[in-house]
Ligand binder design. Structure first.
Ligand code: C2E
Ligand code: CA
Ligand code: CA
Ligand code: CA
Length: 277
């Protein structure tokens, strides 16, 4: 075994082979999963720090697989991207999230709903029209829809992405840069793009209460965003200490397990009335 550890090339094992076949089968199951409502959205509250008001939710997709149980997005979003299902999946997610947010709105809650958008989608010129159609059929206000995009999505084709992001912005939709701080030198693009918000990546926020370097990074990203006139969400807030530090640093908004994990609609209904703060 010691010898194999030093092997510089990848050693394919029987297990790798099984793994690959499972992935292939999952990818093949995806169109059916989208069409037959096996996907489900969980919602995680997004909370304003100064008055602890819930101002939005992030929709996070799960796959209730008939054989494998509840699957998390990291195990199937890449497959959806690689197999051409990501368009249909994204349309389903947007449709479901907007319908749900419309119900909350009808009940008097004015909360925004954030949806994650893959890089691939951001290069599809038909995407803004699809969003426009959904907003029109539901009469959902565009400014309460936030699309979360990553820096890498923008960098892979700046011109195309800028054009699509600009169209969405002109429709009144909010744009948010997700996982901020983990991408490459996107600072120059930040000024050119009509972006409203950044989300500081959880990898920095999670440990900022006990890793000094991470606190410095969060502080720096906050300053940068403030100076550019952007609002800031800190994601990955896991404890009261981190919440307090963010409050001291003047961060607007927080999201994380400290407030709630992503939960289904039923659980969210209970959570919002018994909100622990
Ligand atoms: P993300 O957009 O960065 O979403 C945040 C992830 O961090 C979620 O994982 C959430 O459950 C988790 N999280 C939230 N608060 C905390 C915390 O306090 N601590 C820690 N350690 N983690 C926290 P999840 O739901 O497994 O989603 C993983 C990723 O899958 C998302 O990362 C997003 O990139 C992608 N994703 C989810 N839903 C969709 C979707 O509908 N479409 C696309 N294209 N991607 C999606
Ligand atoms: Ca996100
Ligand atoms: Ca992240
Ligand atoms: Ca994120």
């Amino acid at each position: 075994a010691a010898k194999r550890d030093k092997e510089p090339f990848t050693v394919y094992t029987h297990e790798d082979d099984i793994e690959r076949r499972q992935q292939l089968r999952l990818a093949q199951d995806l169109p059916e999963a989208v069409a037959s409502n096996q996907l489900v959205l969980h919602y995680q509250p997004i909370v304003r720090i100064d008055d602890q008001e819930v101002i939005g939710v992030e929709a996070l997709v799960r796959w209730q697989h008939p054989k494998h149980g509840l699957l998390f997005p990291d195990s199937f979003i890449p497959l959806a991207e690689g197999s051409g299902s990501i368009e249909a999946l994204t349309e389903w997610v947007l449709q479901d999230a907007i319908s749900q947010a419309s119900l909350w709105r009808a009940a008097g809650d004015r909360i925004s709903v954030s949806v994650n958008i893959s890089a691939l989608i951001l290069h599809n010129p038909a995407f803004p029209q699809m969003v426009a159609r959904l907003l029109e059929t539901t009469s959902f206000p565009a400014h309460l829809l936030k699309l979360e995009i990553t820096e890498s999505a923008i960098i892979s084709d700046v011109n195309r992405a800028t054009e699509i992001v600009t169209q969405l912005h002109d429709m009144g939709v909010c744009l948010s840069i997700d996982d901020f701080g983990t991408g490459y030198t996107s600072l120059a693009y930040l000024r050119k793009l009509p972006v409203d918000e950044i989300k500081i990546d959880k990898s920095f926020v999670m440990n900022m209460s006990h890793v000094a370097d991470d606190e410095v990074i969060v502080r720096t990203l906050l300053d940068l965003a403030k100076n550019l006139g952007l609002s800031v969400v800190a994601e990955g807030v896991e404890d009261a200490e981190t919440w307090r530090m963010l409050e001291d640093l003047g961060c607007d908004v927080a999201q994380g397990y400290f407030m709630s994990r992503p939960i289904d609609v039923e659980a969210f209904k209970d959570w919002i009335v018994t909100q622990p703060w």
